[in-house]
Design a protein around this ligand. Structure first.
Ligand SMILES: O=C(O)CCC(=O)C1=CC=C[C@@H](O)[C@@H]1C(=O)O
Ligand SMILES: [Mg+2]
Length: 324
């Protein structure tokens, strides 16, 4: 016997969360519940505005269709579903089948988009490998270079991840690199997507000796995972990529090519973020995932993220919008 429910959620965000061109005031999405033989499992479907191709409404409508098929015992075609829907449903199915291990990797790379002094404090408290992530490309490239160089000098055992989100022209990327002393460049684990054009990013890596990682490019049509000089990693944001099978296949291809695969958040609620931490522990056990996004919220959903004290909204407070 199978049944399924779809719940709708809206969570208030911290003020000042900007996604590309818009402020994200509330995070909207769906929770799916699968029930089979007294067992229940959950998944989150939350297209990210400005990043996902599908809207929340489109994802909700497709989720209802697929859940009806699941209740009827039909096989699901997740490869052609919207990425957020494929991810949420495949997570819930993997939970039901006890395939998604319960232990998670909750070590995060502290994310800094503001004051670098805050980052120094957090890094000094961090156990084990010190890895931090800084958003660059939002202000002057020269300032980004000075900040990165300053941090690498202040905390010599740190590995720095940087993310430019394709904001730089080749010239600006060079202006950044100019301020990072050559002896510090190998402490930059990778710089995600420096330039608009992937070919410019590749040339930048080869010219400067600063390794890069693909994130947006992984979602471009025709992308193939391959070893290239200067490319260290691929970033996998499951909500934007698709089913667990698709994510795991990309991770395996990355490992076969000698690349690091980093599971990263698309600003899911604490429910989805916990599942990402479990996926990370399962498939990329020695890599710190990019999951430091709970701080962007004002509330958690159904379960808490380790160490996060924000109020937790229980499932009973969400509206059931569909069930079968
Ligand atoms: O990668 C991480 O460490 C956290 C996730 C993260 O930085 C992002 C998630 C989703 C959208 C973006 O705002 C942002 C990114 O730029 O990659
Ligand atoms: Mg990015």
């Amino acid at each position: 016997m199978r049944s399924a429910k779809l719940f709708q959620y809206q969570l208030p965000m911290d003020s000042g969360v900007i996604l590309r061109d818009q402020r994200l005031v509330t995070r909207e999405g769906w929770v799916i519940e699968l029930c089979q033989d007294q067992q229940r499992a959950y998944g989150e479907i939350a297209p990210l505005p400005e990043f996902s191709i599908e809207t929340a409404a489109e994802a909700g409508a497709q989720a209802q269709q697929l859940l009806s098929q699941w209740v009827a015992g039909e096989a699901l075609e997740l490869d052609t579903a919207f990425p957020s829907v494929a991810f949420g449903i495949s997570c819930a199915m993997a939970e039901l089948a006890a395939e998604l291990p319960v232990t998670g990797n909750y070590l995060v790379a502290p994310l800094c988009s503001g004051d670098p002094d805050d980052l120094v404090v957090r890094l000094n408290q961090m156990p084990g490998d010190k890895v931090a992530k800084i958003k660059v490309g939002m202000y002057e490239a020269v300032r980004d270079g000075i900040v990165a160089n300053m941090l690498l000098e202040a905390i010599p055992d740190m590995r720095l991840r940087l993310d430019a989100n394709r904001q730089w022209t080749p010239l600006k990327a060079q202006q950044f690199a100019k301020y990072v002393k050559p002896e510090h460049r190998s402490s930059i684990a990778f710089l995600e997507e420096p330039c608009r054009e992937p070919s410019d990013s590749l040339a930048f890596a080869q010219q400067t000796g600063i390794n890069i990682a693909w994130d947006e490019t992984v979602r471009d049509a025709g992308f193939e995972v391959k070893a290239e000089p200067g490319v260290a990693a691929i970033i996998i944001k499951p909500t934007l990529i698709g089913s667990l099978d698709r994510c795991i296949s990309l991770i395996e291809q990355a490992h076969a090519a000698g690349l690091i695969a980093v599971i990263s958040s698309s600003i899911e609620s604490s429910l989805g973020l916990n599942q990402l931490a479990r996926l990370a522990q399962w498939q990329t056990p020695n890599v710190i995932p990019g999951l430091d996004t709970m701080q962007l919220f004002q509330a958690q959903l159904m379960q808490s993220w380790p160490g996060c004290e924000l109020p937790v909204i229980p499932l009973s407070e969400l509206d059931v919008v569909w069930h079968k």
